[in-house]
Design a protein around this ligand. Structure first.
Ligand code: ATP
Length: 382
């Protein structure tokens, strides 16, 4: 993920051509149920773009709207600037992979892949047999063309489904929870393979998952959806480090969210002759005052909090250090989950739940503190 940048998406849209997929004001209602509401998304050419969010947030419906299996109640969908309203799915030149591989048991692996060519000839003048062979090579299943699909593992079957979707040379690949039927270890391996194939082909890909770790690990950008609408659209690192809302902060990884009122600014951090955009504010969280750095450049969207403003900020568990009294809080250990490489410890801090990471077992009363720069301001209000 080295090429990924943290710049806000809007900054980088300026130098791009028309988006590969453009959703403008798209809604989908079913008899009073709002599945998707006023969605604006611009997915770039060659991008691996992921829709992530809890069950029922509208991920699959958004994907089905892009595929053309559903028509929007409102709004427009364009591919490369071309309005595709009224274009049926088979004419949209998209490849779709679903959660249940849906391979035909009465066909061989090769015939299943060849089935992807039922509406079109192989691209580039290849024969059908060549195309099937090339695709099986691509998904690392060379030599399996004559096998019965049910003799393959779940991960292999899903790669056959992917080869079938790619057979006609689609402009766009849509993947709906393609890993969810597989066990955890296999999912990790397959997601890397999917990412490699996507990079090799440079194909614009829209991926749906409810698994935030999966979303962070494979995507160029992620849309975190809630109640039918994306709440934040950004590269994985931005979504993780600078969540735009409390919902995103708590959905993507563990987090500690605090609310309080700005009691003042920390004069030592103000200006000081440097061009650092960071300023530290003192936040009263109800009896305790914590120092929180506000990066006036990074946090421009939330505005700079001043005295009396209500602020919501978060600190990741790995930044809430056990034994650090400075800028810290006292808490008691409530429970611990041993995770192998680390232990996730739940603390009770005057009725507030906190989560930290620890290498050694903890019990009793502890102090936990954080660097003001490791806090992120999510929201500023009056
Ligand atoms: P999951 O992760 O559980 O698959 P999702 O984020 O993909 O969820 P959708 O399947 O898009 O969510 O559904 C969004 C909302 O729209 C849900 O409340 C769902 O019940 C509703 N919905 C989806 N399809 C239909 C339909 N055909 N008829 C009525 N309601 C629907």
């Amino acid at each position: 993920m080295g090429s990924e940048r943290d710049a806000p998406a809007a900054d980088r849209d300026a130098d791009a051509g028309p988006p590969a997929v453009d959703l403008a004001g798209v809604s989908k209602h079913y008899d009073g149920t709002v599945a998707v509401e006023d969605v604006d998304l611009r997915i770039r050419e060659g991008e691996f773009f992921t829709l992530v969010g809890p069950s029922g947030c509208g991920k699959t419906t958004t994907l089905r709207l892009i595929a053309g299996f559903e028509a929007p109640t409102e709004g427009r969908i364009r591919f490369g600037g071309r309005d595709v309203s009224g274009v049926p799915p088979e004419e949209r030149n998209v490849g779709v992979v679903f959660q249940n591989y849906a391979l035909f048991p009465h066909m061989t692996v090769g015939e299943n892949v060849g089935y992807g060519l039922r509406f079109s000839e192989p691209p580039g003048g290849a024969s059908r047999a060549e195309r099937v062979r090339d695709l099986l090579d691509l998904v690392d299943l060379s030599g399996t063309a004559d096998r019965d699909p049910e003799s393959l593992s779940g991960g292999q079957q899903q790669r056959v489904a992917m080869a079938r979707a790619l057979a006609p040379g689609p402009d766009l690949l849509l993947l709906d929870e393609p890993m969810s039927a597989l066990d955890a270890r296999l999912r990790e391996r397959l997601r890397l393979q999917v990412r490699e194939i996507q990079r090799e082909l440079g194909i614009t890909t829209v991926y749906v998952t409810h698994d935030q770790e999966e979303a962070l690990s494979v995507s160029d950008r992620v849309a975190v959806m809630r109640g039918g609408t994306p709440e934040q659209v950004a590269p994985p690192r931005s979504v993780y480090r600078r969540p735009a809302s409390r919902f995103v902060a708590e959905f993507v990884g563990d987090n500690n969210v605090f609310e309080g009122v700005v009691a003042g600014t920390d004069d030592e951090s103000a200006g000081g002759g440097t061009d650092s955009p960071a300023r530290t504010v003192l936040v009263d969280i109800g009896g305790e005052t914590l120092r929180v750095a506000v990066d006036e450049r990074e946090d421009a969207a939330t505005g700079t909090p001043g005295p009396g403003d209500r602020v919501t900020f978060c600190v990741r568990p790995q930044h809430l250090r056990v034994g650090r009294a400075e800028n810290g809080l006292r808490a008691t250990v409530a429970s611990a989950e041993f995770l192998g490489e680390t232990t996730r410890v739940h603390l009770d801090c005057d009725g507030r739940d906190l989560v930290v990471r620890a290498e050694d077992p903890l019990d009793g009363t502890v102090v936990v503190g954080f660097d003001p720069e490791d806090a992120h301001v999510i929201d500023v209000g009056d």
